[in-house]
Design a binder for this molecule. Sequence first.
Ligand code: GN1
Ligand code: MG
Length: 368
Amino acid sequence: MGIQAEEIAAVLKQFGVDYDAFQIETFHSGHINSTHRVDIRYKGVSDAFVAQRINTYVFPDPVGIMENIDIVTGHIRDKLVEAGINPERRVLNFLKRPDGTNYYFESQESFWRVYRFVPNTVTYDKAEDPSILTSAGVAFGTFQRQLADLDMSLLKETMPGFHDTPRRWENLMKAARRDSEGRLAEVEKEIASIEKHRDLWARLISLHNDGTLPYRVTHNDTKYNNVLVDATTGEAVCVIDLDTVSPGLAAWDYGDAIRFSGNRSAEDEPDLSRVKLDLELYEAFASGFIPACRDGLTEAELDTLYLGGVTMAFELSMRFLEDYLRGDKYFRIHRPRHNLYRARSQLALALNMVERLDDCHAIDKKYY
Ligand code: GN1
Ligand code: MG
């Protein structure tokens, strides 16, 4: 048994899980936390859990995150029960320790949480079939609707300015001025190209700042692999990865999903000629998301949803560039220059989306 397996096994005990035997499989798709499926057998009965170690470099307030998650999952569970829906597969169920907390840590570097594995579900990086993407749109739209009446002031802002794009730009500028790794020359072209589009990527947040677009409770990391999908039917069952849930703009959730799923190539695709927005996939997501939450959104919110994708693509390009300049401290990388390739790919996507804004807006209008 490896050291990590021993540690994970000890963590399960902290959450009151007993076992005679266990097996661990590590997931590799997230860029930040480390996530492990743990299958156990106890007195002849099998059960399964997911144990996650939170990256406390990225999340300096993990207790705040877990308190938010407790509020959010509790609220969704109540909503499901009210609607006569069995909540077991529809919302994550975090285990609590005897003292009532839903986390365990020995030190800031070893901060853990455990939730019940939802049987017969998987996550995928891409939904090849548009109808499956529609179902993910329904799941994220429903998530927003379920949280529409949650008092936002109950949630801690654990990642201030997470999608404040101009603030992300300022952070990139700071990293460029320091140029601690001597990498600036490699990214000057990309930085100049992003800067040219400031009016566009700064628009959503300025519409919030001038009072046009309200904040509501949003997920803020709506990648397709943050949805559990039924392994048999492909239906989206449950939204996961709730670390970034906080007050935010509806367009961010819509847009981040489009950024990730509306592009048939990978987020770090090195062949930029393959990186583009696919309008069939865009519409597939739109047709699920917008009807699921439109009743709670204002006219101004609906009419600016289409800006979300391009904003999120520019913003993530800035974030990958910043991390590249700082020496890859934030996003886990799998090869040299990985953050640079990611940044270039997201920028190519953003530039392609700039050309498709009218098409995107027209598609949105069909659904609100
Ligand atoms: C990170 O770890 P993961 O894959 O869920 C990041 C998101 C980015 C995403 C890009 C807390 O999400 O904001 O959009 O990578 N999460 C955080 O793939 O920064
Ligand atoms: Mg995440």
